[in-house]
Design a protein around this ligand. Structure first.
Ligand SMILES: C[S@@+](CC[C@H](N)C(=O)[O-])C[C@H]1O[C@@H](n2cnc3c(N)ncnc32)[C@H](O)[C@@H]1O
Length: 235
């Protein structure tokens, strides 16, 4: 029997062969992970509450309009926005999650930065992406695209806040000393993600003209999390 050769599957971000590149393969796994989650499973994974550190950031930096990358259903932030009368918008590729929530009308179904159009939004006080969304950029090409997108976004947005994990109890990863980050499976409920080292992040900030305004640490049971607030500096 004749079987035609299977078409090599290529990474949608950088066109590398998925079989040969561990970053692109992990990216493929990450991207596929959310596709079949029900809204209830999704919310169980994300948690329901805004953490104190996140609330503090919203209180200090959100004013007027806020944009969320990876907003899902805004289920952890909506109450804050409604109480403070803040306009909020977001982007997320998970159609079943977005449409299962209340805010599909203000959510772009898509991936940042590929589908994001900065001109469609008035000046934003804050863009945030909490919940390890930066760590979901695993393919090296996608990481580059993500930071270029942030640089563009930063020109229309006063502050940008995001989180990343910087210490894992049982993993040989030295956030401060290592040149590069690592692909790590931090939680058994989520696929492996990419955790950049401090040196790598500092290079990104420099290359894309961001200044770090503040960092806030958050000790979580499974790992140590750092939240960064950055601002784009005009050249
Ligand atoms: C762990 S959930 C966090 C949801 C929410 N931000 C929170 O903190 O509760 C990650 C979400 O980010 C979305 N996401 C990941 N990478 C994204 C990207 N590049 N652009 C848009 N959404 C993204 C996923 O689809 C998912 O809905």
């Amino acid at each position: 029997m004749f079987f035609p050769p299977t078409r090599l599957k290529r990474c949608p971000y950088c066109n590398e062969n998925l079989k040969k590149n561990i970053y692109c393969r992990a990216q493929d796994e990450y991207d596929g992970f959310g596709e079949n989650l029900s809204p209830m499973e999704y919310r169980n994974i994300c948690g329901e509450e805004l953490r104190e550190t996140e609330r503090k950031i919203l209180e200090n930096y959100a004013d007027g309009s806020v944009f969320e990358i990876g907003c899902g259903q805004f289920h952890r932030t909506e109450q804050f926005y409604l109480e403070k009368n803040i306009q909020f918008y977001g982007i997320d590729p998970l159609i079943q999650i977005v449409h299962g929530g209340k805010y599909a009308d203000r959510t772009l179904i898509g991936i940042f930065p590929k589908d994001f159009i900065p001109e469609n939004y008035n000046y934003l006080s804050l863009t945030h992406f909490f919940g390890g969304i930066l760590n979901g950029a695993i393919c090296k090409g996608f990481q580059d695209q993500f930071w270029m997108g942030l640089e563009l976004l930063g020109q229309n947005c006063k502050s940008i806040a995001f989180d990343s994990l910087i210490h894992f109890p049982e993993v040989n990863f030295d956030y401060v000393k290592d040149e590069q980050g690592q692909i790590i499976q931090a939680f058994h409920t989520a696929p492996p993600q990419y955790f950049p080292s401090e040196k790598e992040l500092q290079k990104r900030f420099k290359d894309h003209n961001f200044q770090v305004i503040e960092t806030i640490d958050d000790a979580m049971p499974m790992a140590h999390r750092r939240i960064f607030i950055i601002q784009y500096q005009l050249k």
